[in-house]
Structure formats: C-alpha cells, structure tokens
Design a protein around this ligand. Structure first.
Ligand code: PEP
Ligand code: MG
Length: 979
C-alpha cells in the first residue's frame, strides 16, 4: 500500500494516530500538515465550524520537489478525499446542480504570510457557473467568481500576470463610469468573463481548462512549486527557515462571503496585534471575498462594528475565537466567512504581532493564568525587547512640525509602532538599493504585495494609501518590527510619476519624510528622534523582573563535584559604562554592577586632552630619570647591586650620584611637566569615579586601568607630517587651526609632536605597548589612576555610599606582569585608605584577553581576585583576525560563504574562544575557589553568547546600557532552557 499523503480535516488526528501509532501533538501535525492544515484539523476537533477539507502533506511536496512528479498513490488519495468532501457537503465537484468549489492553499510548517500561492473558486466552468447562479439566485456573483478564478488560475498556475486582467477590469469600470468592483453591471461582468477567456486562449494557444480535475491537478503542482518561488526562498533565507521542509496543500470547500448582504468575510484577532491590548480586533467587509480584505484593495470596517451589522454572527465569532485562544494558549489570527447567515472559520494561527504586543500579550496571559511566567519569558525574543528601546519622535519636534504645517497625513491606520525617518522610495527595488548605499528609506506604495517584501525589510518605515490593519503591508511590517502607516487615503501616490501629492504639496522620490507608526502621523522632512522611556514600559519591566527572578534562582546550574565554587544561580547582568549618566541609565534598565569602565575614554575630553598629551610627550624622559633614581635608591636601601654586596665606598659614590640626580630631576622640564600633568588629571579622574560609585551605590564597579596604545591620544602621523611640510614649504611659523576657536598651530610645537609620534611608532600597536605593559613601563600613570579610584571610593564611603571598587588590569599575558604591577598598585590603595582612615571592600583582578593568560589561568589566579573576559581582544588574538580590519576586509564574505557560521566578533566562537574560556574559568577556580568571573567584551550583550556564558559558569555578563534589558531576558532564557 502506498504511503498516506492526504488527510481529511474531519478525522485527521485519528488518521495520523493510525499511521504513526501515537496521538499527534500540534507540532507533529504542523510538521506533516503544515500550519494551516494542522489548524484545520485541530480547529475541527475543537468544535469550530470549519468547511470540510483535506490536506496533502509536506512529505508529498518534498517527494514532488525531488522527483518532479506526484508520488505514487497521491492522485488516487486526492480523488478519494474529494469524494469524502462531496459526501460531507452534499455538493459535487463539477456538478451541474449543486457544484462543489474548492480553494487550493499553500501552508508550510511555520507561517510564511503571502509568500506562497493560493487558488480560489476552483471547479468553475460554464456549467458550474450557471448552476451556482441558479443556486444562489445571483448571476452577477457567479460571473464575478468566475472572472476571479480565471485571473488567479492564469496568474498563479500558469504564470500569466493578473495585471493584464486587472487592466481589463479597470477599462470596464471607466467605460461604465463606476469606481468600485461591485458596481460593475451584470452585462459588464459577462463581457469580462468572455474577454478573459479570449485573453487566455490568445496567450496560451488553448482554451481555458474546463475539467475541474485538470484544474485541481495543475493547482496542486503550482502550490508545490511556489515553495521554491523567489519570494518564498528570500523569506526563508531572511528568517532562517530550512529549504527542505516543503509546503502542504489544503483543498478546502469554498464558502462565499459575497452572496449578498447576509454574507461577509473578515480577519479577526483575539487581541490587538499592534498594541497587545485585549480587544477584539480585525477588519471585515460585507458582501465580499477574503482576498478583498487581505489585499487591502477595498477599505474595510473594523470587526468590532460587525455587532451592528450582524449581531448573532458577531456573538458567535467572539465566542469561537476566544475558545480557540484558550485552546492554543496564544493570541489567534483567524479568517472567517459568513455565507448567507452561516459562520465558517477558515483558518486560525498564532497571530503575528509587534514587539510591543508580544511583550504585553505574554505578560497579560501569564497574569490571566493562561501560561506560566517561564513561558511568558520564553515567548518574547531579545529582538522584541530591543525594539521597545528604539527611538521615538521628540514631542517638541513633532509640535514644531505641526505648527510649521509639515503634517502630510493623520488618517491612516497605525499599523506598526515606532518612529521612522527616511527618504521616500516608490518601489521595493529602489528601497533595497538605497539601503545598500547606506540611506535610510521609507518605502511608499499604494499597497504592498508579497513581491515587495525585500524592499520592506530594507526600509526604516512603510507607508501606503490603501488597506486596513490586516493588509499585507501591516502584517509584514509588524512581523519585522518596522514602523508602518497604512491606508493613508489622503495620499495620492503616483508610482509612475515617482511622486506623492497631498493637500497641494508634492513630494518627490528621494525627499525626506517621517512617520510614526503608533499615531499614524506622517510628516514632510525629518523629525528629531528621542530615546525611549523605559519607565513607561510597564509590561516590559514586569517581564524583566520575572526574568531576574528566574535567573536569581539557586540550583539552576549544576556542576560536577570537583568544580570549586561555581555559581549555581543564573547569570547577573552588569553594564559597560564610562560615565555616571550611562551608569544611571543602565541601572534603570536593571544592571547590577559595572563590569567595565574604560578610563581612557575620559582622557579624550577636550579640557583634559592637552594634559594627557603633555603626560605622553614627557613620559619617556621623565621615566628614564625615575628609573635611575629607583635603581640608586634600591642600592642604598638593600646594600646590594646586581645581587652582590656593595662596599662602603661604592655606597658613598651612589649617594653622591643620587643627590646629583635628585637635583637634576628637580630641574628637569620633562619630569616636572610629566608630574604636573598627572597631578592635573588626578582630580578629574577622581570626580569621574566618584560619580560612578554614587550611581552604582551598593553594586560592584569594575574600573579598568589605561589600556590603548598611547599614540591614540596624539594627532595622526600623516596629518602632522602634512602640516609641518606645508608650513616649512611656505615658510610659516603659524597656521590657522582646523578646529574653530582653537589657537593656531605653531611650527615648533608641531615638529615636537611629529618627532614624538614618529618615535612612538609601532608596526602593530594593538600587540605593542598597551594594557598592563604600559602600566609597567610608566607606573606613575596607573598609580595616579588607582589613587583617584581609592580617593573617590573612600570619599564616597565616608558619605555613606556603599562602594565596591574592583581594579581591573588589562591585557595580562604572563603571571609575572601581575606579580610586579598588582603589588605596587595595591600599595597605593592601602596608602590612600590609611590617609582617609577608612577600609573599603575592594578587589584587584585582570582581564582575560590573551590566549596565554587563559592557558595559564591556574597561575594567574594566584594574584588576580577576579577575571573578566575581554572577548573582543580574545577573539582577535585567538583567531589572529585584526578586529579593526577583518570585518571590513573578509569577514562578511567568510560568513556569506559559510566558512564561518557567524561573525565571531558578534557571536562568541564557542569551539575556539569558548574552549579557552571554559578552561580558564575551571583552572582559575581550582586555584581560587569561587573566583568571580564575568565577560565585558561585546559578546556580553549577544543572546547566544550569553547562553554560552551561562553554560561555562560565569557569574555575570556586562554589556552596554541599551543591551542590558536584552541580556536580562537572555540570562533567564538560558536558565529555562538548561535547567
Ligand atoms: C575586550 O577586549 O573585549 C574589551 C572589553 O576591551 P576593549 O574592547 O576596550 O579592548
Ligand atoms: Mg580589550
């Protein structure tokens, strides 16, 4: 017996159980029947009124794709299914008294809205059309159905674009002087059907097929093939859906919403997919077919108004959709049709929603007891959290735009929230091309179609003049989180002329516009954007509090018994913040500490940079003197020189030498300038750190000592050389400054700077004098920093602030580096605490950024009291990819060609870099049980990397303030996934 390829909706579950030996879960059914087919079977089983139907499995599609023909037994099973549907409905396929018409619909395992094909009204020919007319007493409708069928069949099954047919219809409407399709006369419809048949014959050289079974076979093949259509393939690539899943094909009894004023059709959501509000939401049309609603061709009515037109039907619809929501435990997006006073449910699926709605619905459903808090946390994606933290329009700027008369439209549907600013592009290809060229684009179209999706994805915002809240543009925009205003009817969008006219204004392609998908306001020109207001995001904050509770649970991570002091709770989320205002934002967003303060950023501030430059320019000369001084002093203190005892004579000699040297130092300009610059920087650094301790009261603050190569603080070599050359060539001693308000350049200063820069030149500065090597070479700089940190911490503690400074030494590669510098720095810390007469809680630790440090972790941990993985550098050095150049030069290609699974600077490379991390944490805690380990590289805000950090036993992840909420969600999701 051949495999079962076709299942009936009336007993699909039982049939599945017979074939597979177990009751199918909804997911089992989705895999085999596709989402739509599974919905038909499941909805029928749940007691919803579903038109009798049958589903051809995804497995059959896969077979067809592999062999190019129907698998054995498929067609016979289709014929049996048609017989069964005939029996259920009392209609006959091709029958001339009570004809059965069907729709043939695609439906993959996951929803791919509008990406594949569907044919409606299949089974019509001259005879069945006549029967339909007689049966319904509505001849006009029968011709309308027929002309729609010819159009769709030609377009979808035969590939002859529907535009040709639509053209004819427009011609007819013009001739008859009518605007809407239903106003066309009966004679007109008849003429149209004849014309369509002629067009078909002329184009294909054969008559339009009249045998319903031939029509059915061709339609099934067309749907199978649409799985590999361009739109579907593009969509799958974007969404990461495998290409070998295939689509199911659903053969459903047609019911008609266009049989008069007791008929209608619509789309209903159990909650508002834009806001998440628990209201009945959707669109419907009286006396219309489903495609009229979805295509956005006619302006629809909100479904909440159906109660006025058809109170009974409305009541039934509300009850059934709510039952379906409880059954699926998620917001449902349903399609329904009312055929002469009888309600039919055609489809239900978990509704696509905006990020905002996703969060609100998850939280509300958990509060309603429909799902657990864990489920709520798992239902929201990090991307959705991110979307809520995106900019909105600045209210003042909006008011100004309104006052200045820059409002273009306010009457559209607020289909997908968020603010967008961009240049207008009138078609998808232009939008895509402009995005590639680096422009922000708003795509503007009368309406969108599935073939526009690539342009929509490339756009910052979407604007249409037709359609309602469930039009294609709205659905797709919500899905991708792109702000959208649809159905702005006052916009006269002229795609041919590449312009939009409204209220006497004309905007051309390439002109700037702004739109607000939450208010449906559209403006001419650019509107300033502001930061989002986290305080007002009540549901998001609730969800993240639940996430924190989940991550704070003890015993969610388990370790082998010989793993010493590994955390058993989930990850904490800290932040990378250099300034108090960032720290405050991060704390508002839920950060529980600072994992990285990059102190050098403060050096770049305008009023400090001159002192930083003086420090750098004099460091070498001053340090040479200090080094000599230290050497002589050590001889006097220890009585030893190079390991051997020194004579009294030698001692006296050294004492004289030292005195002379001290005199020299006192007079040395280099030493004086160097120390003066450090003294200038100390108070600024102290006040920076004080602000951080204040903002992070009660939480740890990790401050990293200076890290980058010093030349980064000086002007560029080429720039200096060009300037000096120019001044010398022109005999100038002075040149106006490039920056407004700055004093002119002096030739001698520029020459000194150039010489210093040339002296400092390194072939590979990222692997040169930076990080801990700098601190060892110029210890006074890092000592100044440690003094500033401890002075600030002690002052703050004296004011009652709960401080926990952690001093982080960057770029350690060998334990001896730490041995030397850490003790010197800790001595400064102790001295400051003694001066201030207060003891505070502190740690000294290091970044793990060099593979050798990770490999020798058991040694490094003898000194370091904590580790923080600097995975930016660790990735650079493990792969040997320059982080500054790789992305620009070859990395994108590597990822595109599948050489690398993803960009390792974005998503942690678990196999390589991750292996080092795992080993490093384990060995470090072997030496120092319970040692605090975290991450502060960019990966600390990436969900996949966060999951990995959970798995290797880090205590926290640290990321930029804006990514803190995402990280909180990801930390909880790692707990749910792995405990
Ligand atoms: C790192 O290397 O991961 C790091 C955080 O340091 P930076 O990016 O400042 O080099
Ligand atoms: Mg680094």
């Amino acid at each position: 017996m051949s495999q079962q390829w076709v299942y009936l909706s009336r007993n699909g579950k039982e049939a599945y159980a017979q074939v597979y030996g177990h009751e199918p879960s909804l997911n089992d059914m989705k895999v085999l029947f596709g989402g739509k087919g599974a919905g038909l079977v499941d909805m029928t089983a749940a007691g919803a009124p579903v038109p009798p139907s049958a589903t051809i499995t995804t497995a059959a599609c896969v077979e067809y794709m592999n062999t190019g023909k129907f698998p054995e037994g498929l067609w016979e099973q289709v014929l049996d299914a048609v017989k069964d549907i005939e029996a259920q409905t009392g209609k006959q396929f091709g029958g001339t008294t009570n004809p059965l018409l069907v729709s043939v619909r695609s439906g993959a395992r996951v929803s791919m809205p509008g990406m594949m094909d569907t044919v409606l009204n299949l089974g019509l020919n001259d005879e069945t059309r006549a029967a339909l007319a007689k049966l319904t007493g509505n001849e006009w409708f029968s011709y309308d159905a027929y002309r729609r069928f010819i159009t769709m069949f030609s377009d979808i099954v035969m590939g002859y674009s529907r535009d040709h047919y639509e053209h004819k219809l427009e011609e007819l409407k013009k001739k008859e002087g009518v605007e809407a399709d239903p106003e066309v006369s009966l004679e007109g419809m008849k003429w149209l059907v004849d014309e369509y048949k002629k067009m078909y014959q002329e184009h294909f050289g054969e008559e339009f097929p009249t045998d319903p079974y031939k029509q059915l076979e061709a339609a099934i093949i067309a749907v199978f093939k649409s799985w590999n259509g361009k739109r579907a393939v593009d969509y799958r690539l974007h969404e990461g859906i495998p290409h070998d899943w295939g689509t199911a094909v659903n053969i459903c009894t047609m019911v008609f919403g266009n049989m008069g004023d007791d008929s209608g059709t619509g789309v209903a959501f159990t909650r508002d997919p834009a806001t998440g509000e628990k209201v009945f939401y959707g669109d419907y049309l009286l006396n219309a077919q489903g495609e009229d609603v979805v295509a956005g061709i006619r302006n629809t009515k909100p479904v909440s108004r159906m109660g006025e037109d058809m109170p009974d039907m409305y009541q039934q619809l509300v009850e059934i959709t709510q039952k379906l929501e409880r059954h699926y435990r998620d917001m449902q997006d349903t399609e329904f049709t009312i055929e002469r006073g009888k309600l039919w449910m055609l489809q239900t699926r978990n509704g696509k929603r905006t990020s905002r709605a996703a969060i609100k619905i998850a939280v509300d459903m958990a509060n309603e007891g429909l799902i657990s808090r864990e489920e709520a946390v798992m239902r929201v994606t990090p991307k959705e959290v991110d979307a809520l933290l995106h900019p909105q329009f600045d209210e003042k700027a909006v008011q100004q735009a309104k006052d200045a008369g820059r409002v273009l439209s306010t009457i559209g549907v607020n289909a997908s929230p968020g603010a967008a600013v961009g240049v207008l592009a009138f078609d998808a290809d232009t939008a895509e091309a402009w995005k590639k060229a680096g422009k922000d684009v708003i795509m503007i179209r009368p309406e969108t179609k599935p073939e526009d999706v690539h342009g929509m994805i490339a756009s910052k915002g979407i604007l249409t003049s037709r359609g309602g809240a469930t039009a294609h543009a709205a659905v797709v925009a919500r899905q991708f989180g792109i702000p959208a205003v649809v159905g702005a009817r006052d916009l006269d969008i002229d795609v041919e002329a590449r312009e939009v006219r409204v209220n006497g204004k004309v905007l051309k392609e390439g002109d700037w516009a702004s739109l607000d998908g939450a208010t449906a306001n559209v403006f001419e020109g650019r509107i300033a954007l502001t930061d989002p207001d986290f305080d007002k995001e009540v549901e998001l904050r609730t969800l993240l509090e639940w996430a924190d509770d989940i991550a704070a649970r003890e015993n969610v991570r388990q370790w082998p018994s010989d793993y010493k002091g590994f955390p058993t709770r989930g990850l904490q989320v800290w932040t990378n913040a250099d300034y108090p205002k960032d720290a405050r934002r991060a704390r508002l967003y839920g950060a529980k500490g600072i994992g990285l303060c990059r102190t050098e950023h403060m050096f770049f501030e305008q009023e400090r940079l001159p002192f930083v430059q003086q420090m750098i320019l004099n460091a070498d000369a001053a340090q040479a003197l200090f080094d000599r001084q230290k050497r002589l002093q050590t001889i006097l203190d220890t009585g030893k020189e190079e390991g051997a005892n020194v004579s009294a004579e030698r001692k006296a000699e050294v004492a004289v030498e030292l005195e002379a040297l001290n005199g020299e130092i006192a007079k040395s300009d280099a030493a004086k300038t160097y120390l003066a610059a450090l003294a200038k920087l100390l108070p600024s650094q102290r006040s920076d750190f004080y602000g951080l301790f204040e903002a992070m009261d009660g939480y740890p603050v990790i401050i990293r000592l200076i890290d980058p190569p010093l030349h980064e603080f000086l002007p560029g070599h080429d720039e200096l050389l060009a300037r000096v050359t120019l001044m010398e060539a022109k005999g100038l001693t002075e040149l106006p400054n490039d920056k407004e308000g700055e004093p002119p350049y002096q030739l001698d200063e520029q020459k000194t700077m150039l010489a210093a820069v040339q002296k400092m030149h390194e072939a590979n500065p990222m692997m040169g004098l930076r990080g801990i090597r700098l601190g060892i070479t110029y210890p006074d700089i890092t000592k100044m920093q440690v003094r500033a940190i401890f002075e600030a911490a002690c002052d703050a503690a004296l004011k009652g602030i709960d401080v926990h400074p952690e001093i982080m030494i960057p770029l350690t590669g060998h334990v001896n580096e730490l041995a030397v510098s850490q003790s010197e720095l800790e001595a400064v810390a102790k001295q400051v605490m003694a001066e201030k007469n207060i003891q505070i809680d502190y740690k000294f630790g290091t970044m793990i950024e060099i593979p050798r440090a990770a490999l020798t972790s058991s040694k490094i941990a003898e000194y370091a009291q904590f580790y923080s993985f600097g995975t930016n550098d660790l990735t650079q050095m493990t792969y040997g990819y320059s982080r500054d150049d790789a992305e620009r030069r070859f990395l994108a290609k590597y990822v595109e060609n599948g050489i690398l699974p993803s960009n390792p600077f974005q998503e942690l490379d678990r196999d390589g870099v991750g292996k080092l991390m795992r080993m490093c944490v384990r060995d470090g805690r072997e030496t120092r049980p319970g040692m605090e380990c975290g991450i502060c590289g960019e990966h600390g805000g990436d969900p996949s990397s966060i999951e990995f950090c959970h798995l290797v036993g880090l205590n926290y992840v640290s990321c930029s303030p804006f990514r803190v909420p995402i990280a909180r969600l990801a930390a909880a999701q790692a707990v749910v996934r792995h405990s």
